[in-house]
Ligand binder design. Structure first.
Ligand code: PMP
Length: 462
């Protein structure tokens, strides 16, 4: 057989044919060439396994045999669009709807989280007659033109959007209103007992802002656990109070579960259910883990909202959405999550991992905050526990050590690139967790040995 391409050859072809804005992880050291994967491990071109603490797409594990078999079996028989009847799509729709509270029962299959969120916006606009959307600072909901508008994470730093003043914050237009991230570690309000009320007051203000000019609100777009912002779980009462205000102003509540769905938080199957106060969304979007890597995403909404969309008189067709092969993958994922008890597993392993990092927090100033639930954990590194000065260069150094020396892949996020976001495949074990923390401690020792030199080092994009 032909000789496999070397990493250098792959890099050369990328440089010629790919956009520079399509980035790779660990670019400083030439990137990783990943050729295989199993469970919570990825394997590079030399056969070296890496512990994967960041891949929330391979939900039931890299190369899960049941998902692989489901895909292989279906693809060898048929793959076509949803203009024909097929059991896979309806069966998956039923199983997905069964995982959600009433009245969320209408399912539309699409191919990516961005597409799901784009359709969610269209549904909200059709139902409410308003384009006005309230979004949270540093949120990311996807890459399409419409969804970039509700993704401050992208335009907060981008020249693509011309900012217009809107309330307190700049956004791409007055139909988008940005509210502060309800962060009780670094944000302006840090009392966990009252932060929910205080931060939701901004959502109320956004509603008032539109109502003052005789307008209504279309949608409030939010994740039940904000990932790109650095694992921010909404404080108690935040969602309830915010959604009350939004609904009173005519808007709907869109819960983006693209990162957090399917049991990741351990406590509940969906992040919007986390904590005591479940507020049922009007529209839910899912993606990433749904197909364990196959392009499968969905929008779930109420019959009432779906009917409002239908009343617009436009047919909805999506060539690849809900095809039998991707649905076979989705069915296998739902099945494996339940059969293997992965939600409970995430809760247990996550609590263990969190406790290890909390111990470390007691011992070192660098670990400023450990937060999250299940296998959705944020570790925020700081230089000073009083000023919370972000330890950005240190985070980069530690993650580079973890990859180079200990073969552990991590993800850095948060506004200051100082939060290690742990969101591994849900089969991540207690042994994986202990290994991760032990290596983290060693990397911290190496960081100490570096002294101030670390501040001069180039940042590793992740
Ligand atoms: N929503 C959230 C919360 C996400 O994190 C992402 C992707 N990182 C998306 C939506 C977009 O999903 P996709 O890349 O599949 O379009």
């Amino acid at each position: 057989s032909a000789k496999p391409m070397t990493r250098e050859e792959v890099l050369e072809l990328r440089q010629k044919h790919f956009m520079k804005s399509v980035s790779i992880s660990y670019a400083n050291s030439g990137g990783l060439m990943i050729m295989g994967g199993t469970g919570s491990r990825l394997i590079d071109d030399e056969g070296t396994p890496y512990l994967d603490t960041r891949n929330n797409v391979a939900h039931v594990g890299h190369g899960n045999s049941e998902v692989v078999k489901a895909i292989q079996t279906q693809v060898s028989v048929l793959n076509t669009n949803t203009r024909y009847l097929h059991p896979n799509a309806v069966e998956l729709a039923k199983k997905l709807a069964d995982k959600l509270p009433d009245p969320l029962e209408v399912v539309v299959f699409v191919n990516s989280g961005s597409e799901a969120n784009d359709l969610a916006l269209r549904l909200a606009r059709a139902h409410t007659g308003s384009k006005n959307t309230i979004v949270v600072e540093r949120a990311y909901h996807g890459h399409t033109l419409s969804i970039l508008e509700v993704s401050p994470y992208k335009y907060e730093y981008s020249k693509e959007f011309k900012m217009v003043p809107n309330g307190q914050y700049g956004t791409p237009g007055k139909h988008i209103y940005k509210v502060p991230c309800p962060d009780i570690y670094r944000g302006n309000y840090r009392n966990p007992d009252t932060a929910g009320e205080v931060y939701s007051a901004y959502v109320k203000d956004a509603c008032k802002h539109y109502q003052k000019t005789g307008e209504t609100v279309g949608a409030f777009f939010i994740e039940g656990g904000m990932s790109v912002a650095g694992v921010i779980l909404p404080p108690t009462n935040y969602l309830r109070r915010s959604v009350e205000a939004v609904r009173a102003a005519g808007g709907v509540y869109i819960a983006d579960e693209v990162q957090t769905g399917f049991g990741r938080l351990g406590s509940s199957y969906w992040a919007f259910q986390h904590g005591a106060e479940e507020v049922v969304p009007d529209i839910v979007t899912v993606g990433k883990p749904f197909g364990n890597g196959m392009p499968l995403a969905a929008v779930i909404t109420t019959r009432e909202i779906a009917d409002s969309f239908q009343a617009m008189g436009v047919e909805y067709f999506n060539t690849f959405g809900g095809n039998p092969v991707c649905c076979a993958a989705g069915l296998a994922v739902l099945d494996v999550v339940d059969k293997k008890g992965l939600q409970k597993h995430a809760l247990e392993v996550g609590a263990y991992l969190k406790s290890l990092f909390l111990e470390l927090k007691e011992e070192t100033e660098l670990v400023g905050d450990v937060r999250g639930s299940g296998l959705f954990i944020g570790i925020e590194l700081v230089r000073d526990s009083k000023t919370l000065e972000p330890a950005t260069a240190e985070t980069s150094f530690i993650c580079t050590q973890l990859k180079d020396k200990y073969k552990i892949l991590t993800s850095i996020d948060g506004a200051d690139d100082n939060v290690i976001v742990v969101k591994p495949p849900m089969v991540f074990s207690k042994i994986d967790a202990a290994f991760f923390v032990n290596c983290f401690k060693r990397a911290m020792k190496e960081l100490e040995a570096m002294g101030d030199e670390v501040l001069q080092m180039k940042k590793t994009p992740t």
